[in-house]
Design a protein around this ligand. Sequence first.
Ligand code: GDP
Length: 505
Amino acid sequence: RFCTVSNLATIINAKVPALLRNLESLGFEGLTHDYILDQENATLIADDYGFEVVLNDETGIDIFPEPINELLLQTRAPIVTIMGHVDHGKTTILDYLRNSSIVDQEHGGITQHIGAFSVTTPVSKKSITFLDTPGHAAFLKMRERGANVTDIVVLVVAGDDSVKPQTIEAIKHAKKAGVQMIVAINKCDKPGANPDKVVADLSRHEVDVEDYGGDVQVIRVSGKTGLNMDKLEEAIVTLSEIMDVKAEVEKVPAEGWVIESHLKKGLGSVATVLVTRGTVKPGSILVAGQTYCRVKSMKDEHGKVVRAACPSKPVEVWGWRDLPEAGDSVIQAKDEKLAKKVVDNRANRAKTIDEAKDVDAINKMRKKQRDEVDRLKKVEELKKYGLEGTAMNAAAAEDTCKQISFIIKADVSGSAEAVKESIAHLGNDEVKVRVLYDAVGPATETDLERAKTSGSSILAFNIDTPKDIERKAFTAGVDIKSHNIIYHLIEEVTEILTSNLAPEV
Ligand code: GDP
């Protein structure tokens, strides 16, 4: 994917100086034979030399959702997230709903937390799926990754506390996500509850409550006593019917979202998948993020084996090669061969992005090194022409230069060297890097002591720092900067140098 100018010259049968001149005329500045070109630029140049570049088209392979076939759409259960201020009763309401569903289904056992659960409403006998992690963090984390899982947000507001900062935040999130909202005024069993005040406060925060002629339903409930919880469930069903939530159940590749994942002792990687389209069955091949699985078995939140998971059904799925992440989108592949190809390509693409950034850092580092050599040559020349005073000035300038000191700790000696090389030449006449020493292995107490006495920061590359050392470093006021990607480390060191420059006057 990358090649140097000299590599490219060999491939296209050109002389390096001629190629460099040509590159300059194409707009590249100050290039050298060892400059690393990316695929796009290399292709451009090869093209200019009359070579046809054939890219390995397998690198583009991925699976994309098929267009929706309106004729196959069927009503599905709405997917609901509970949000609201801390202590307003989100967990209590979820617990009540979960327990009522156990009684309904005569499972009697304990419902396991798998990230979501389904209930059947007491009156209309319709199904609702609740996401089991209340609060904004989970909702936002999924949305950040592009996962639009929720159809409806139930905004819980305590009747005795009314609208609070996190209530306002939840309103904002729901609006921004374009998700429909239902208000549950909770703790209405309490004598101090004042639901009318809550309604007034909500309308002041631009919630279009039905009490004031809007279309946001408001239900006065108690998660503790169960007061009006059936009304809340029916309100959700009514809204979902108005919204007309639908999905194809058959004849399309299955799709969904990973909502939770973890390693189970002896069982391997397990992920809860919320199916949004199609049907997942044992034997289905699913791709999620950079991993895939042939579904070994599926279980619901009651630990019951599921043979077919339709849209809005949350199931624990066994059989993943690696652990997928919450928020990963899931899509069915027609066979394992394709799944493997897609996953490999996704991993390669991610790697290319990181490598491209590394390449950029290396090119910049080389330019700095060359500039430094040029500067030293100039000083030598000045000396030769008897202009030692000027040279002396340069040396004097060197003396007043501020040095920022670092200790490098890395996983292997090769990377310790690489880090040292990439940062040693950073800086300018005012501020420079000084590498106190570099060594292999995690930071130790000795490193901390030396860092403290010398005023150095520790750079940990590709290696974890033990927790107790981190704590000791914090108390001793020693900075440990950990990185796995070299250009991130270079950026950080550059920032430290910049922050040490004298302010401009
Ligand atoms: P969360 O932080 O929003 O999940 O709130 P919790 O569900 O943990 O509830 C916070 C406190 O309020 C707990 O002590 C609950 O027992 C109490 N609580 C929750 N719902 C009700 C309710 O409807 N009535 C009464 N009286 N107390 C409630």
